[in-house]
Design a protein around this ligand. Structure first.
Ligand code: XIL
Length: 423
């Protein structure tokens, strides 16, 4: 009897413990809704990932353990990924020639996405930044003859310089500026085509969307629509159409995007309209507009809503490609393109009441995304948590450095619940 009794007590104790364990798990699951589930009826929810999240091991200022935790957060919360750096020209194709490619990190990134059933985005094919100097360099001595009065010397040294100090974080690889003899238009187009065919072709059917051309539009109120870059100077304005054409040849099923920042600014938006309408008139295969959305806590619902409503009139899906909301007192990347300079602006401490301002800003932004859900098809954060953000000092994301959700996370989930589609 005694033994039976004690057995019962033991069993009861076991059951209570089991119930407590189940309840705790249920609570944890409930308190950690996944963004990808909350928004599944509306749009994909993604994040930029860095190399060590997908390959494991220490790196990117994180220990091996922290990188593993970051990877777990990515799997838990997101159904789309973009490589933060590893698919950029400087990283994937650092040297000229067929042997000049380094596919290891990019392959790991793509495999991580596919094995976790994620929509994989390739970033980026043609950009004025993080592109090695050899791409623009002439392989032949500058032509000396001038045929029939037509200047054929396309090898004039650059008047357009890469801005000083961009990417002072080790990624530039000495790409500060290129002043040497230039490639001819034909040579640069050949290199661009070879690069796009090789990279897009390798991941055909695996990478579903590509940022084909990144940040080609000029900042500021001047009359120039296009940024003064070596792509523009050597090839001419049709470098954009050519890049899309080559990408479409390489994977006719891929979603091809034009990607830029500062589109919340009406002046820059006007230039976007001019560019995209001209591409559409030429029947260039462009399938989506990428809006980076590196914004400040001062962003309002109205500003974001207006931005999206206007862009939607171009008739293309909108992808929010690099979302973060900077709480740094000195502000976010302005409309100048000098990333290093803007990074320095995150040094001055946070705005007062930063957590509340961030929460309100995120609520407004997501209300605007949901308001435009007919056109917004993807929302990608530029980093999974504050610790691995390129703007770490501005604490711009929904998860803190320990991957704990911030109040802004709850605000975003609350917006999703308000818009839940009735079954
Ligand atoms: C940034 C990365 O986050 C940094 O790690 C890198 O040092 C510089 O580039 N616009 C873009 C992204 O299209 O590729 C940039 O990413 C941020 C601005």
């Amino acid at each position: 009897m005694k033994s039976l009794n004690s057995r019962c007590t033991y069993q009861r104790g076991f059951l209570v413990a089991l119930w407590l364990a189940i309840a705790a798990t249920a609570y944890a699951a409930e308190s950690r809704v996944a963004l990808k589930d909350a928004f599944k009826e509306h749009f994909l929810i993604g994040t930029a990932v860095n190399r060590n999240m997908v390959t494991g091991g220490p790196g990117f200022r994180r220990s091996a353990e922290q990188n593993a935790e970051d990877a777990a957060l990515v799997k838990e919360q997101f159904n789309q990924i973009t490589a933060e750096n590893d698919v950029k020209w400087a990283l994937i194709h650092p040297r000229e020639g067929k042997d000049g490619y380094e596919f290891g990190a990019a392959d790991a990134f793509v495999n991580f996405g596919l094995s976790n059933q994620m929509h994989v985005v390739g970033h980026t094919l043609v950009w004025h930044s993080q592109t090695p100097n050899w791409v623009f360099a002439g392989t032949n001595p500058p032509p000396t003859n001038v045929a029939a009065g037509v200047a054929v010397n396309t090898n004039t040294p650059a008047t357009n310089q890469f801005r000083r100090g961009r990417f002072g974080d080790g990624f530039s690889g000495g790409l500060g500026r290129y002043n040497g003899p230039r490639a001819s238009r034909e040579e640069l187009l050949r290199r661009m085509r070879e690069h796009i065919h090789t990279v897009v072709g390798r991941y055909k059917g695996k990478v579903k969307s590509w940022d084909v051309v990144n940040e080609a539009i000029a900042d500021g109120g001047g009359t120039n629509i296009l940024r003064n870059s070596l792509w523009l100077e050597i090839i001419g304005p049709d470098f954009i159409a050519k890049a899309f054409q080559y990408a479409h040849e390489a994977d006719p099923d891929a979603i091809l995007r034009y990607n830029d920042y500062g589109l919340e600014n009406p002046t820059k938006r006007k230039k976007l309209f001019a560019l995209i309408k001209s591409l559409q008139a030429q029947k260039v295969p462009i399938h989506a507009i990428g809006s980076q959305a590196h914004v400040n806590v001062s962003i309002s619902f109205e500003a974001m809503d207006q931005t999206l409503t206007e862009i939607a009139t171009l008739g293309l899906p909108i992808h929010i490609t690099e979302l973060d909301v900077n709480s740094a007192a000195a502000g976010q990347r302005g409309f100048g393109a000098d990333i290093a300079n803007n990074a320095a602006k995150t040094q001055g401490g946070l705005v007062s009441d930063a957590d509340k301002k961030l929460t309100d800003a995120y609520a407004g932004i997501f209300r605007a995304f949901l308001n435009n859900r007919e056109s917004v098809k993807m929302v990608t954060f530029w980093g999974a948590n504050d610790a691995n953000s390129w703007r770490a000092n501005g604490k711009p994301l929904l998860f803190d450095g320990n991957s704990q959700p911030k109040p802004a996370f709850d605000a975003v989930i609350a917006e999703a619940k308000k818009r839940a589609v009735a079954k």
